[in-house]
Each structure stands twice: as structure tokens, then as C-alpha cells.
Design a protein around this ligand. Sequence first.
Ligand SMILES: Cc1cc2nc3c(=O)[nH]c(=O)nc-3n(C[C@H](O)[C@H](O)[C@H](O)COP(=O)(O)OP(=O)(O)OC[C@H]3O[C@@H](n4cnc5c(N)ncnc54)[C@H](O)[C@@H]3O)c2cc1C
Ligand SMILES: NC(=O)c1ccc[n+]([C@@H]2O[C@H](COP(=O)([O-])OP(=O)(O)OC[C@H]3O[C@@H](n4cnc5c(N)ncnc54)[C@H](O)[C@@H]3O)[C@@H](O)[C@H]2O)c1
Length: 508
Amino acid sequence: MEREVDVIVIGGGPVGENAADRARAAGLEVVLVERELVGGECSYWACIPSKTLLRSAAALRAAQRVDGAKQAVTGRLDVPAVLARRDYWVSDWSDQGGADWLESIGIGLERGHGRLDGVRRVVVERTGGGEVAYRARHAVIVATGTDPVVPRIDGLAEAAPWTSREATSVTEPPARLVVIGGGVTGVEMATAFAGFGTEVTVLARSGLLSTMEPFAGEAVAKGLRELGASVRLDAAVERVERTASGEVVVTLAGGETVTADEVLIATGRRPRSERLGLETVGLEPGGWVSVDDTMLATGAAGNDSQPWLYAAGDLNHRALLTHQGKYQARAVGDLVAARALGTPEQTSPWGAHVATADHSAVPQVVFAEPEAVSVGLTAAEAERDGREVRVADVSFSSVSGAGILADGYEGQARLVVDTERGTVVGATFVGQDVAELLQSATIAIVGEVPIDRLWHAVPAFPTMSEVWLRLLEALGRRTAADASAPADSEASDADDSGARSDDAEAAA
Ligand SMILES: Cc1cc2nc3c(=O)[nH]c(=O)nc-3n(C[C@H](O)[C@H](O)[C@H](O)COP(=O)(O)OP(=O)(O)OC[C@H]3O[C@@H](n4cnc5c(N)ncnc54)[C@H](O)[C@@H]3O)c2cc1C
Ligand SMILES: NC(=O)c1ccc[n+]([C@@H]2O[C@H](COP(=O)([O-])OP(=O)(O)OC[C@H]3O[C@@H](n4cnc5c(N)ncnc54)[C@H](O)[C@@H]3O)[C@@H](O)[C@H]2O)c1
């Protein structure tokens, strides 16, 4: 027999939980299907444990950079205490809190593996055994996340490599760790283990953090080396072998070897969609589920006549970040409810039921040493996008708040400005504690705040935010003499060529 509910959500990670919550808040009957832990990868094996593993050493380093405090901090990192703090934050891998929360807001939890079985139908292979079939009156939202990619490298799979799960749930840090991959997971885990005293080698096939401005990866490579890690750029791994004594030997192109106790693979993610029944609704099993800005799955059977299948979070491959997935979840949960209740849809750009920011304003914080954070476009991306851009680069050495935060503060900031529109389209900050600067840049981009208006957003002295003033100064501010000069002398200003006249102050 089939049970009928309004909405079925498959996958109870941060994204599925939020989508279910929004649909339920509008009064719909919702069932959420989860086969492991309510809270998903983020809560138990990704964001939360990785950040707690990083935080204690970062706090220690911060204290060591302030004269007066550093004399008081003479001990070493207490690794068992760090791991215990991690255990607290992951609730010892119990999802009772998440399950209780679902119950408290009236969402049904179905524990088991969910798969689509034709239009609006979901079959759950229950964790305790047996199957149950559901029919959705209004929508099915799939939010099943991703698994790590294990690259095809000779001997790697047989060498029992670590993935992010083993790294984030570590109970005894190894003496030596090789990290394959120079993306976000690779550098964060390398930073965490270097902080524990593990001898870390990072093998990156190009530079580090290659999706960010180049200076971000360069600063993080320098920071990792200062923590004692070895960072090998342009390194191609040819073979991995687990020896009889339990060591891992990684052979690079050219024959050089690196020996360690564990090898961590941090080479990207693949969609968890192999046993999701996608083929029963005309989609490709094992692939990413493409969606439009409302998260409606492109090409799914029945979606054209009456929208019903949506995909949110990592699974749709728009932005593999918890906060962005939750943003999509709020949009789709509200849209599904609006469609069910027949209330107005808000699907034009920046409406409540679309994830417009995914295209132009995705913030990301890399919790490395130093922190590297970015939002929007890099200068190269903006140029590829056909925009006239100006770039402002400043060092945090010109910011009093940074010098007070840490002795000898090192950091860098970049704004990318679209000169035609006179607005910020990208920002990158690198340095200690820059994470909290990111939201100001995100607001400037999403709000399309004109540069000349940003001069009126006065950063308090002496805070890190004063970097904004330095960035505006680097973009330039006309003097009274400039204002009275003939128009052609203004136009001769070196990088002013792309600026509209009404944006002259912004671009000058
Ligand atoms: C090491 C690491 C650190 C990270 N740190 C950050 C960070 O600091 N900040 C950040 O924003 N992002 C971070 N991310 C990315 C973040 O973890 C993901 O973007 C986020 O978890 C995606 O959420 P999701 O709900 O889409 O998927 P998931 O969190 O993967 O949740 C999907 C859920 O679906 C369940 N599921 C899957 N298939 C089925 C099925 N067929 N039936 C029933 N249930 C199913 C799974 O068990 C899981 O609980 C990190 C990732 C990694 C690997
Ligand atoms: N702080 C955060 O927000 C945070 C932290 C961790 C992960 N995440 C998210 O999770 C996702 C996955 O992160 P990730 O670091 O696993 O993936 P990624 O795609 O960000 O980086 C993978 C890296 O591995 C490299 N690579 C791929 N195959 C390789 C090979 N055979 N040999 C050597 N290098 C290889 C790639 O060139 C790339 O640099 C990302 O999208 C990221 O945004 C976010």
C-alpha cells in the first residue's frame, strides 16, 4: 500500500532539512527520508568536525601573535582536548537532536534508503528492514549530497586511503600524512593535521585553491610551509602502495617517493545519485541533477506539465557549500508550498523562490592558515565574462586594526569592480580572521551598491573593516582640482577608460 503525503524530501542533510522545514512551515505534510544521520555530511564528517579540528590551533597561533599574550601561552596544543571538543560538536555522531527537532516541528522521519519509482513515487528501503512506498501530492525534493571522488591512480583503492570522513573523525592523528589534492578539503585538512604535529605533505597537481585569486593559494602554501608542512605543487601522483609494514608509499611522476602512515584523498566530489531511481523519471543515474533557478530538475518526466521533482544542495552541482545549499532549500521549500497552496510565485531574479545569488555572489571561507575568503568573480573570471574591470589590491599592513589584531599581521585584499556598472563584482581577502569581512563584500555585490555610495559606509577605526577604506582609496577619489579639470584630462586618467561619466568618482 502507498502512503500519500504533500512533500517527500530524500536526504536529511542541511539542505534536505531546510527544504522540509520551509514546506512544513507553510502547513504542508512532509516526510523526510534519511539513510544515515539527520544532519548529513556537513554535521558529522565535513563542515562541523573540520572547523572544530582547526579552531584550537588557530586560536593558539592568534594568541602567539600578540605580544603580552604570547608570553602567557607557553604550552602545546592539547590534541585529545581538541578531539573531545570535535566529539561534542558532532554529538558523538548521534543524530538524536536532529530527529527530535524534526518531530517537534511535525516532519515525519523515514529512516532508510530512498529512491524514485516513477513520477511522484518514492520507495524507501527501511533501515530496519522492509520497504514502504510513498506518493507525493505536490513535490519530491532530492538532496542526497555527494561522495568523495577516488581518482584512478594505480594502487590507490587497495591502499585503503582516507577520505574526508576518516580525516574528520580521526581518533589518533598519524605521525605522517600525505594529502592528494590542493583544493579546499586538502588545504584545510593539511592545516589541521599540521597543527596537531603530524608531518604533512600536500601533493597538488597545479597550485593550491585554484578557483580563487592566485594570491590566495600562494599565501596558503606559504602558511602551510610555515606550519612545517611540505607543499608540492605541479605534482602528479603515479602510484600508491600500502607496504607490508603498513606504511603508504606514494610515487610521483619522475620516480620520487613520499612515505607516510596515511594518505588522504581530497580530489573532489561526485553526486550520490547512483541508486536514486533517476532512470525511472528519465534522468541519468549517477549524474549531477541539473536544475533551473527554482531547483526544478531539468528534463524529469512530468515536470513540464506539472512541476514536481526538484534537486537542491550539492546534488545539483551549483555550489558545493552548505550555506548556498540551504539558501536553495529555503527557495524551493517556499516555492513548493506556494505552488501547493496556490499563492503567488516569486520566480523573477532575486525573488524569494529562486537562487539568483548562485550565479554571482557565492561566498566561501577556506579555514586555512591564513584564512582565504572570496565572493563573486575573480578578476580573471570577470574578464572572461566580457566585463571592463578595475582591480584594487591592498595589503593589510596599511590597516591599523590588523596591526592591533596581530603583531606583524600579513594579509592581502582585492576588490574586482565592474567599471561600466560602477559596482563590486568580486572580493578576496587573505589573512588571520578575515572570514567575518566576507559578508560585507557579499552585501555590496548582492545589493549592487555603487562604489561612490560605499564611501558612505564608514568602517570603524581601528578595525579590520578599515580595509574597505584602503580599497576605495586604491580605486581612487577625485580631488576638487580633478573636478574642475577639463573633461579630456579626466579621460586621460590611466585606468579610467571603461568608466561611465556618472561613475567617474567611482572609477577615478
Ligand atoms: C571536509 C569537508 C569540509 C567542508 N566544510 C564546509 C564548510 O566549512 N562550509 C561549507 O559551506 N561547506 C563545507 N563543505 C561542503 C558541505 O559539506 C556540503 O556542501 C553540504 O554537506 C551539502 O549538503 P547536502 O544536504 O546537499 O548534502 P549532505 O550533507 O551530503 O547530506 C545528504 C544526506 O542525504 C542522505 N542520503 C543520500 N542518499 C540518500 C538516499 N538515497 N536515501 C536517503 N538518504 C540519502 C545522506 O545520508 C546525507 O545525510 C565541506 C565538505 C567537506 C567534504
Ligand atoms: N570551507 C569550506 O567551505 C569547504 C571545505 C571543504 C570542502 N568544501 C567544499 O567541498 C567541495 C569538495 O572539496 P574538495 O577539496 O574535495 O574538492 P575541490 O574540487 O575543491 O578540489 C579538488 C582538488 O583536487 C585536485 N585533483 C583532482 N584530481 C586529482 C588527482 N588525480 N591528483 C591530484 N589532484 C587532483 C583538483 O585539481 C582540485 O584542486 C568543494 O566544492 C568545496 O567547496 C568547502
